[in-house]
Design a protein around this ligand. Structure first.
Ligand SMILES: Cc1ncc(COP(=O)(O)O)c(C=O)c1O
Length: 494
C-alpha cells in the first residue's frame, strides 16, 4: 500500500467512510459558523490528512496510449479509481480521497449509497427489459411520479415530460427543438459563461472558447447576453444596479425593431452557472427575465442539469427566485448516478410531432429505479436544506482561509455548489485582480496530494470548484477545509 494511504475497507478506514455513521439527517446539526474560526486548524501540524507524493500508474499510461486526446479529467486528476463509499473514493494504490467532484454533480448521495444499491438490486430481481425505448414500465412510471412530486405544484397539472437519451446535452438539444417547433422561430438567447453541453448545437449556446473555436460553424443562431456577476460585473458597476441595467438592456434588444436581434425561439439560462465559474444569477434579475420573456411569448428554458435536485439548497434552483420556467432540463443527480435526462415543459409547447426527438437509450430501467429512489431519499431527508447548511459552513470556512491568502479573490456559491476564484494576490487592479490559473492548478494538485479531489472551472480555469455529495456531514466539511487550507499554504510557497 502506498505511503500515507488510508483505505475504505480496512480497520484504518476513515470514520466517515462508513455511510451509516456519516449521515443521520434527523440528527444533523449545522454547527455554529462562528465556531469555525476557532475550530479550524488550517494547515496545523496535527491536521489529519494524508500527503501523497506520486501519481500515475500502468492504467493511466495505457489509457493515455489508447484513449482519445480529448480525454479531460485524468490529465488534472491522474487517479485510477476502484472503489467509492460515501464522499470517499479509493484508487488502485489503495489511497483514499474525499471526492468533491462526485461525477460532476451526478452523485447526490455519494458513492455506493445503500438506497441506490438496493434500488439496482431489487430492480434487477424483477428481470426488467433493461432498455425499452419510450415504452411505459412500472419503473418508469414510478420515476415520473417521483420527479413530478418533487417539482412545484404547478408542474403536476400543466407540464409534460420528454425522456431523452441520456446525457444532459441531449436533453438541451430536445429543449431547443421543442421551443423552435412551438414558436416557429429560429434564434436563441444564451448568456456569457454558459455551459449547456458539448454536442454541436449545445456548444453553440456554450461560452467555452476552446471547443467552440475548434469546430466553428456552430448549429444554432445564438445571441449571447451578459450574465450579472458581483465579482466581475460585465457593466463595471456591480450590485443591484448591474442587474437592473442588464434587464433594461435585454428588454431594449427585444423591443427595438432595429436591434439586430429577432424575437428568439427561446432563452436558455443556468440559475447558477457551474462550469462558468459558480456564478449565481440574482433572484430579482431572474424574476425580471421571467417577466420580460413571458410578456413577449419567449419560452424560458432553465437548465438544471447541474443544479437540480437539492444541490443549491432548494430542490430546483429556479425556486430561489420563485419563477415558473416554461421548460426545465434535468439530468445528472435525478438519475441517482446512472445516465438519465429529461425535459419537463409546459403543455402549451407540446406541439412537436411523434418521433421529433427519438433515441435508443431513453428507457434505462436501472436509471429509473436509482433515480426514483434518489429523488425520494433527497426529499424525505430534506437534503436540500442540509446542502444549504453545509454550503454555508463550507463558504464561511473558505472565507476564513481567504483572510490569510490574498490569492483567494472571491468565495461564492449556493448550497453545495461552491467556487473559490484564485487571483493574482499582489495585483491592485480594480474591480478584481487578474485570475491566476497556474496557481489554481497548483492548489488543485496540492489538494490531490492531501487526498482531496477538486475540479477547476470558470474563466481561464481559475475557479476551484467544490461539488461534494449532498450527504456530506459537518466534520467532513471541516476536513475539506483543513486540506484545502493546507494546500493553499503549500501552493503559495512554490
Ligand atoms: C448546466 C449544464 N448543462 C448541460 C450539461 C451537459 O450535460 P452532459 O455532460 O451530461 O451532456 C452540463 C454538464 O456539466 C451542465 O453543467
Amino acid at each position: 500500500m502506498a505511503e500515507g494511504a488510508q483505505t475504505l475497507a480496512g480497520g484504518d478506514a476513515p470514520r466517515s467512510g462508513d455511510l451509516k455513521s456519516t449521515f443521520n439527517p434527523q440528527g444533523v446539526q449545522a454547527g455554529s459558523i462562528d465556531e469555525l474560526d476557532r475550530d479550524l486548524q488550517i494547515g496545523a501540524d496535527k491536521a489529519q490528512f494524508p500527503l501523497y507524493s506520486s501519481f500515475g500508474n500502468d492504467l493511466l499510461t495505457r489509457q493515455a496510449e489508447i484513449e482519445s486526446n480529448a480525454r479531460t479529467y485524468p490529465r488534472k486528476i491522474p487517479l485510477a479509481l476502484k472503489r467509492g463509499r460515501g464522499i470517499y473514493v479509493e484508487d488502485t494504490e489503495g489511497r483514499t480521497f474525499i471526492d468533491c467532484l462526485a461525477g460532476a454533480g451526478a452523485l447526490a448521495l455519494g458513492h455506493s449509497h445503500p438506497v441506490v444499491i438496493e434500488a439496482i438490486q431489487s430492480a434487477l430481481a424483477e428481470e426488467p427489459p433493461l432498455q425499452i425505448l419510450d415504452l411505459p414500465t412500472p419503473l418508469k412510471d414510478r420515476f415520473t411520479r417521483e420527479l413530478f412530486d418533487s417539482l412545484p405544484a404547478a408542474f403536476q397539472e400543466n407540464y409534460k415530460i420528454q425522456f431523452c437519451g441520456p446525457s444532459g446535452a441531449d436533453a438541451v438539444e430536445a429543449a431547443l427543438k421543442l421551443v423552435k417547433t412551438a414558436t416557429g422561430r429560429r434564434g436563441l438567447v444564451s448568456f456569457s459563461g454558459a455551459y449547456h453541453g458539448m454536442t454541436h448545437a449545445t456548444l453553440s449556446l456554450t461560452g467555452e472558447p476552446t471547443p467552440r473555436r475548434a469546430v466553428g460553424g456552430l448549429g444554432a443562431e445564438v445571441q449571447f447576453l451578459p450574465f450579472p456577476s458581483e465579482y466581475r460585473c460585465p457593466f463595471g458597476i456591480g450590485g443591484e444596479a448591474s442587474a437592473a441595467i442588464s434587464a433594461r438592456y435585454i428588454e431594449t434588444l427585444f423591443d427595438d425593431p432595429n436591434s439586430g436581434v429577432l424575437t428568439p425561439a427561446g432563452m436558455i439560462i443556468e440559475v447558477i452557472q457551474g462550469e462558468g465559474g459558480v456564478i449565481a444569477a440574482p433572484d430579482g434579475w431572474l424574476r425580471q427575465l421571467r417577466d420580460i420573456t413571458k410578456a413577449r411569448g419567449i419560452p424560458l428554458i432553465v437548465d438544471e442539469v447541474q443544479t437540480g435536485l437539492g444541490r443549491t439548497g432548494r430542490l430546483y434552483a429556479f425556486e430561489h427566485a420563485g419563477i415558473e420556467p416554461d421548460v426545465v432540463v434535468l439530468s445528472k443527480a435525478i438519475g441517482g448516478g446512472l445516465p438519465l435526462s429529461v425535459v419537463v415543459y409546459h403543455r402549451d409547447l407540446d406541439q412537436w410531432k411523434s418521433g421529433a426527438h427519438a433515441g435508443t437509450f431513453r428507457g434505462n430501467q436501472l436509471a429509473f429505479a436509482t433515480g426514483a429512489a434518489t429523488i425520494s431519499y433527497v426529499r424525505q431527508n430534506s437534503l436540500d436544506s442540509h446542502a444549504a447548511k453545509m454550503g454555508e459552513r463550507l463558504m464561511a470556512g473558505l472565507r476564513v482561509i481567504a483572510e490569510e491568502h490574498p490569492c483567494i479573490g472571491d468565495v461564492r456559491g449556493r448550497g453545495l455548489m461552491v467556487g473559490v476564484e484564485i487571483v493574482d494576490g499582489d495585483a491592485t487592479n480594480a474591480p478584481a485582480p487578474d485570475p491566476a490559473p497556474t496557481l489554481a492548478k497548483t492548489i488543485q494538485h496540492e489538494c490531490l496530494r492531501r487526498g482531496l479531489i477538486l475540479e477547476l472551472g470558470g474563466r481561464f480555469g481559475a475557479v476551484v470548484r467544490f461539488l461534494p455529495p449532498l450527504i456530506i456531514a459537518q466534520d467532513e466539511i471541516d476536513a475539506i477545509l483543513e486540506r484545502f487550507g493546507a494546500s493553499v499554504v503549500a501552493a503559495r510557497r512554490q
